[in-house]
Design a protein around this ligand. Structure first.
Ligand code: ASP
Length: 340
C-alpha cells in the first residue's frame, strides 16, 4: 500500500505564472496544478492536495504556520502519513525552523513534513520545481523519514531546519547547511540519510501550544546589524519602543563597538537581547575580553544564539515570548542553550 500524503501549496516561485497584462510572475498555481504536472508522484504515494495559500513567502506569518500545523495535526488523526509543503524560497530558513518548533510544541513530529520550492519558475527553461516536488514527495513517503520532524528538500539535498540558509539570490544550489551539514540526499529516487534523526533537544512546554494561537500577525523583534562607525541611536529607539526583544547581529564572534555596547547593555535591562553573529558558525563565549566583545556582552545579560543564525534566533525568541505566562530571562536562556 502506498503511503497517504498531503501536499500543501503556500505560493512562491514554484507556483508562479505570468499573465499577459502584467510584468513578471506572481503566485497563481494551485497544489492540484503542481501535482497534475508530475504523474510520477503517484508512483510513490496516494496524494491529496490542499491549496492552503497563494503568497510570496515574505508575506508568510507565524499565524499561517500555526494554522498549517493545526491542519497537519488533524490530517494525522485522519490517517495521513506524510506531508509536503511548497512555498517561496526567500523565507524557507525561517518558516522551516518555526514549523519545526511549532510541531515540537504540539508533539507532531512522528510523520515527515517536507518543505520545498523552486528557484526557477514554471515559465523558465529547466525549472526546478518539479524535481524538488518529486524529491520532497519521495522523502515524505519514506518510513525512514519518520521522527525527523520538519525537513527541507532542495536540489536533491535534505536539510535540517536549524541549519539551512538561503545563500544566493538566484542560483539553483542556493540552499546550504554550512558550516554544519545536510542530513541526507535523494539518490536515484531513494532517500539516503547520512545521520540519525536529530531534533533540537528542546523541552518546549506543551502549554505553549495554547499560547501560540494568540500570536499576532506582526512580531516586534527587530534584528539590529551595525556597520563600522554606526551611531547607537537605533538601539536607543528600540529600547524605548516597547519591542518584545532584540536580536543583535554582531560582527565575528559577537563583537560591537564601545558605544553600541553601552547602549545594548541598557537595552538588555528592559528586554531579552540575543547575541548572534553576522558570520556563520557557532558563537564563541569565552575568547575575547575587551569591551563590546562576547564575554563583556554575555556577562551583561545578553543571551548567546549558539549555533542559530540571527533569523533563526528571532524565530525562537518570537515563539518563546508568545507565552501568556511571561518567561523569565533565565527560562529563555535555558531554551537557547539547546542550540549551544
Ligand atoms: N523568490 C521567491 C521564491 O523563490 C519568491 C518567494 O519567496 O515567494 O519562491
Amino acid at each position: 500500500m502506498k503511503p497517504k500524503i498531503t501536499i500543501y501549496s503556500l505560493g512562491g516561485t514554484i507556483a508562479m505564472s505570468n499573465e499577459s497584462n502584467q510584468q513578471g510572475v506572481a503566485p497563481r498555481l494551485t497544489a492540484d496544478d503542481l501535482v497534475k504536472a508530475i504523474p510520477q508522484l503517484n508512483d510513490h504515494a496516494e496524494i491529496e492536495t490542499n491549496s492552503f495559500l497563494k503568497l510570496a513567502s515574505a508575506n508568510l506569518t507565524f499565524k499561517h504556520l500555526i494554522e498549517l500545523a493545526h491542519e497537519i495535526e488533524q490530517s494525522i488523526a485522519r490517517g495521513k502519513q506524510g506531508f509536503v509543503i511548497t512555498q517561496g524560497t526567500d523565507t524557507i530558513e525561517e518558516t522551516a525552523f518555526a514549523l519545526q518548533l511549532i510541531c515540537q510544541i504540539k508533539g507532531i513530529n512522528q510523520c515527515p513534513i517536507v518543505i520545498t520550492g523552486a528557484m526557477r519558475n514554471p515559465t523558465q527553461v529547466s525549472a526546478d520545481g518539479s524535481a524538488n516536488l518529486l524529491a520532497a514527495t519521495i522523502i515524505a513517503s519514506s518510513q525512514e523519514s519518520n521522527y525527523r520532524g520538519v525537513l527541507v528538500a532542495f536540489n536533491d539535498q535534505i536539510h535540517l531546519p536549524q541549519y539551512i540558509s538561503k545563500t544566493h539570490a538566484s542560483a539553483l544550489d542556493t540552499f546550504s547547511s554550512a558550516p554544519y551539514a545536510n542530513c541526507g540526499a535523494i539518490i536515484e529516487n531513494q532517500v539516503k540519510y547520512f545521520m540519525p534523526a536529530h531534533l533540537p533537544p528542546l523541552k518546549l512546554d506543551q502549554t505553549l501550544a495554547d499560547d501560540l494561537t494568540t500570536m499576532g500577525d506582526e512580531i516586534d523583534i527587530p534584528i539590529l546589524k551595525p556597520g563600522i562607525a554606526e551611531s547607537p541611536s537605533l538601539i536607543e529607539m528600540v529600547t524605548d519602543s516597547g519591542a518584545v526583544g532584540v536580536i543583535l547581529e554582531a560582527a565575528g564572534a559577537g563583537h560591537i563597538s564601545v558605544p553600541w555596547a553601552t547602549a545594548i547593555k541598557a537595552c538588555a535591562e528592559k528586554m531579552p537581547v540575543i547575541l548572534a553573529s553576522r558570520a556563520k558558525g557557532y558563537l564563541p563565549q569565552n575568547t575575547y575580553g575587551y569591551e563590546g566583545a562576547e564575554i563583556d556582552l554575555l556577562s551583561h545579560g545578553l543571551i548567546s544564539a549558539g549555533m542559530l543564525s540571527p533569523l533563526k534566533a528571532r524565530v525562537l525568541l518570537a515563539i518563546l515570548t508568545s507565552s501568556k505566562n511571561k518567561m523569565s530571562l533565565n527560562q529563555i536562556k535555558t531554551h537557547f542553550k539547546a542550540f549551544e
